[in-house]
Design a protein around this ligand. Structure first.
Ligand code: NAD
Ligand code: AHE
Ligand code: ZN
Length: 382
């Protein structure tokens, strides 16, 4: 997995990248020109990238922040190729994971101690450009191609802000730890940081993809007494058992609303629920299956533009709590290296989520696989 890195900080590079020209149109592998990193920027040679449901969501055209043409991808690992002026925390040759949730340690958000959200570059990453000059570092024949989530990892080379890159143990296998760029930390952190699930809790998880299974793993390590997995695909249960799901419910097997099924199964409701799908009606069910007085529901799934959540306010008046989480509440630059160490010590699973391996050239096939129940994460060799 050790890629050769040549430092050419002042040079434009040609890079193969999967370009999304427009919503839903198959991605096309193009030769993209990648500009040198400017002050506070890092150019990274991406060696492995996985696909996350959020890439498919933006590609679908339903993301209000989705801009085309762009280079998608945000769950990856690579090696620093060159750095711009003033970059001190990484240097060429460092092994890194790009972080869509930045951590500058200086802004109001970072200093608050109350959130992992960072404000420093968010205004630029939401509109597909870099902070310095509000321009893209990617182009094809002079035509700019937008960045995505400040990461754009479906490319052999990408440019990220220095606050958006975590330096990791060089011994860590990049083809595995690329998953620590999104889905696995999101699920674990939703339990450990956002909900703070206590031992003995009853937990319900709606949606048993990678994110939901990582929630199950987090719940198991937190000592949950029951972990109820809910999915419309019954094939999910066998694999879910290996991640800590103790009971399985398929809403299709019941006439009653799913929240009522869960309330009946749990003597009044669960202590914690997690929505890991991005479906606003399931978000309501997840809230309403929580126990009166204390049950907390965490929204993890990303819902499309224009979608809204609703419930009777009485649900909250009577003590249920509705929360959400981004990247599981982890502070990216500080905690991604810690998650890598936990993986190296075999304290968290990563390999188990990788069901398929393909190459960047096969990216459209990888998106097709995502819609098949058997695929959790597909890792592409870039
Ligand atoms: P996935 O597509 O692999 O998994 C979704 C699962 O939900 C599937 O098993 C599917 O069968 C199931 N499902 C679909 N509709 C259902 C329904 N009505 N009832 C029950 N189950 C249903 O997706 P993933 O990669 O695990 O991501 C899950 C969600 O989390 C996506 O919306 C993604 O965008 C979001 N996400 C959010 C964050 C964050 O920081 N908040 C990070 C990563 C992913
Ligand atoms: N542009 C989208 C936002 C989607 C969203 O909520 N993204 C999550 C990460 S999903 C990773 O797979 C997130 O971190 N949100 C916080 C943030 O700052 O973007 C939309 O729907 O507008
Ligand atoms: Zn993701």
């Amino acid at each position: 997995t050790q890629g050769q890195v040549i430092t050419c900080k002042d040079l434009f590079l040609m890079s193969k990248a999967a370009v999304a020209w427009e919503a839903n149109k198959p991605l096309s592998i193009e030769d993209v020109q990648v500009a040198p990193p400017q002050a506070g920027e890092v150019r990274v040679k991406i060696l492995f990238t996985a696909l996350c449901h959020t890439d498919a969501y933006t590609w679908s055209g339903k993301d209000p922040e989705g801009l085309f043409p762009c280079i998608l991808g945000h769950e990856a690992a690579g090696i620093v190729e060159s750095v711009g002026e003033g970059v001190t925390e990484v240097q060429p040759g460092d092994h890194v994971i790009p972080c869509y949730q930045a951590e500058c340690r200086e802004c109001k958000f970072c200093k608050s101690g109350k959130t992992n959200l960072c404000g420093k570059v968010r205004g630029a990453t939401g509109v597909g450009v870099m902070m310095n000059d509000r321009k893209s570092r990617f182009s094809i024949n002079g035509k700019p191609i937008y960045h995505f989530m400040g990461t754009s990892t479906f490319s052999q080379y990408t440019v990220v802000h220095d606050v958006s890159v975590a330096k990791i143990d060089p011994q860590a296998p990049l083809e595995k730890v690329c998953l620590l760029g999104c889905g696995v930390p999101t699920g674990l952190g939703a339990v450990w940081n956002t909900a703070k699930v206590e031992a003995g809790s009853i937990v319900a998880i709606f949606g048993l993809g990678t994110v939901g299974l990582a929630v199950a793993e987090g719940a198991k390590t937190a000592g949950a007494s029951r972990v109820i997995g809910i999915d419309i695909d019954s094939k999910k249960f066998d694999v879910a058992k290996n991640f800590g799901v103790t009971e399985f419910v398929n809403p299709k097997d019941h006439d009653k609303p799913i929240q009522q099924v869960i309330v009946d199964l749990t003597d009044g409701g669960v202590d914690y629920s997690f929505e890991c799908i991005g479906n606003v009606s399931v978000m309501r069910s997840a809230l309403e299956c929580c126990h009166k007085g204390w049950g907390t529901s965490v929204i993890v799934g990303v819902a499309a533009s224009g979608q809204e959540i609703s419930t009777r306010p009485f649900q909250l008046v009577t003590g249920r709590v509705w929360k959400g989480t981004a990247f599981g509440g982890f502070k990216s630059r500080s905690q991604v290296p810690w998650l890598v160490e936990k993986y190296m010590k075999k304290e968290i699973k990563v390999d188990e989520y990788i069901t398929h391996n393909l190459t960047l050239n096969e990216i459209n096939k990888a998106f097709d696989l995502m819609h098949e129940g058997t695929c959790l994460r597909c890792v592409l060799k870039v």
